[in-house]
Write a protein of this length. Structure first.
Length: 292
């Protein structure tokens, strides 16, 4: 059993290498709306490599762990856990910040207690060095234990993807004049479709307004209502229409940061794609009209 443990712990250095290869073939983007932090899928593997280099080469924690100990195995997991914490933060930013600061606070308290104990017992330099290593191993243990549940959730619950925002609570705001058969947006919606008001809106409020615009335009175009969602999309993709599920997806960072008219252009552009798809789908291509 001890021999197996030694082999597993020693070869845990392969974890960063395997994770790096995985990230190059399974890239994903990160966007934390509360902090307006965005990480492109192109840079995710390189960010992980930098985390590994910082952890292994420049920070003292891994160096304090014997290669045959469980602490060495845990230390090789921590850079990956840190990256997965960013995925978790997309859903729980405040909780993630609390979890991330907890090891630092606990470690500081631990070192303070050890320092006071050293002063009382006139500790030698050798004992002081050993206490520092114990403190480093304690920090590794606390980090790995606190980060493990968010990391598992990021992998198996959230599947390395960001949250999808969708508005679906309020009733439609489209009104129809019985005499003119014209459809219109309510005054409350129209007055909020101005840049100053737009800047002050939350993401959910922006989704709400844009969904109402989609409902209005869909009615004018004579097509079924298209559902609007927001999530972090690939690089250089502001929006996309999924004909198989009939919904439009807008990039969260684009929705959060860009001006109203730019976001509106994206939404309407994708909406017209849905109109094109609807026309192609509903046209009877065997009819005389279609053959003319």
């Amino acid at each position: 059993m001890k021999k197996l443990k030694r082999i597993v712990c020693t070869n845990s250095i392969m974890i960063p290498l395997i994770a790096t290869v995985f990230l190059f073939f399974n890239t994903f983007s990160i966007y934390i709306g509360e902090l307006n932090i965005s990480l492109s899928q192109v840079y995710t593997p390189f960010v992980y490599i930098i985390l590994c280099l910082l952890w292994i080469r420049f920070l003292p924690y891994k160096k304090s762990c014997s290669k045959t100990s469980v602490f060495y195995l845990l230390s090789n997991l921590i850079p990956l856990e840190i990256l997965l914490m960013f995925v978790f933060a997309q859903y729980h930013a405040v909780l993630s910040a609390s979890i991330a600061t907890a090891p630092i606070i606990i470690s500081v308290i631990f070192r303070f207690i050890v320092h006071n104990d050293e002063k009382k017992h006139d500790t030698s330099q050798k004992e002081h060095s050993e206490n520092l290593k114990i403190g480093n191993r304690f920090f590794v243990l606390i980090c790995s234990l606190l980060f493990i549940i968010p990391s598992i959730m990021s992998l198996f619950v959230y599947k390395l993807s960001g949250p999808v925002l969708q508005f679906q609570d309020e009733p439609t705001v489209i009104s129809t004049d019985e005499n003119s058969q014209e459809v219109s947006l309510s005054y409350d919606v129209l007055k909020q479709l101005k840049q100053e008001q737009w800047k002050a809106c939350t993401l959910n409020k922006k989704i709400s307004l844009l969904q109402k615009v989609c409902d209005y335009e869909s009615t004018k175009l004579g097509i079924p209502t298209v559902v609007l969602k927001a999530t972090k999309l690939d690089d250089f993709v502001l929006g996309q229409y999924d004909p198989s599920k009939t919904f439009i997806c807008i990039d969260t960072a684009h929705l959060q940061n860009d001006e109203l008219y730019k976001v509106m252009q994206t939404v309407l552009h994708e909406l017209y794609h849905s109109c094109q798809f609807y026309i192609v789908l509903k046209t009877d291509w065997n009819s005389d009209l279609a053959k003319t």
